[in-house]
Design a protein. Structure first.
Length: 202
């Protein structure tokens, strides 16, 4: 069996059984030497409905820069879809459900923002893993998506949330400097933009 086919087979089994797949990492290591096979595995895990976790991270470790561009594009598309679905779900909730959530949160001391993080979908979490890995290894590949990443806020509570802005040129960061100076920009957004601009090291 070709390594790409092995990668697809492993991804299908993982989608069904998760980390209970027998010989999971034995099969993973059999893909060694074939970056395209690891890309196939990472791409399949990203698109799947199981939380890829360590397996997705490990697969991305063998994906080259060119293929990472495709992973990033897919991850951003997933974030868009999940954000849109989340907005629709939120709008469809009844007033009673909203009140029940508020009462529950009041009892547990959980904020609405924290509840939102707790309710992240598996697809969102997998997409976040891709953005996080890219921001550490290939931050410039994320620069075309900074506007959307700022709005979608993947990895919002992580220390590396602003890493996608690393290496952004002075010219490219000008639009963010203008937003920072704009009196119409909210204080919350200004604080976040300032943190993002610090990552440019410019």
């Amino acid at each position: 069996m070709a390594k790409r086919d092995e990668a697809l087979s492993l991804a299908r089994d993982f989608e069904r059984d998760g980390f209970r797949v027998p010989g999971l990492y034995e099969r993973f290591w059999r893909l060694q030497g074939d970056a395209a096979a690891y890309f196939t595995l990472a791409d399949s895990l990203l698109r799947g409905w199981q939380e890829g976790g360590t397996l997705l991270k490990d697969a991305m470790g063998y994906v080259g820069e060119e293929n990472f561009k495709a992973l990033i594009a897919t991850a951003v598309e997933i974030l868009r879809e999940e954000a849109a679905e989340g907005r629709e779900t939120k709008q469809s909730k009844s007033a009673i459900q909203t009140e029940e959530n508020a009462r529950s949160d009041e009892c547990t001391g959980k904020s609405a923002r924290q509840r939102g993080r707790d309710e992240k979908s598996t697809r969102w979490k997998n997409a976040e893993e891709v953005i996080a890995a890219a921001s550490l290894e290939f931050a410039p590949l994320l620069h075309p998506y900074l506007g959307e990443l700022f709005k979608l806020q993947p990895n919002e509570s992580a220390y590396y949330a602003e890493y996608p802005w690393r290496g952004l040129s002075c010219e490219s960061s000008q639009i963010w400097r203008e937003r920072l100076a704009d009196p119409q920009t909210s204080e919350d957004d200004k604080r976040k933009i300032f943190s993002c601009l610090l990552q440019t090291r410019d």
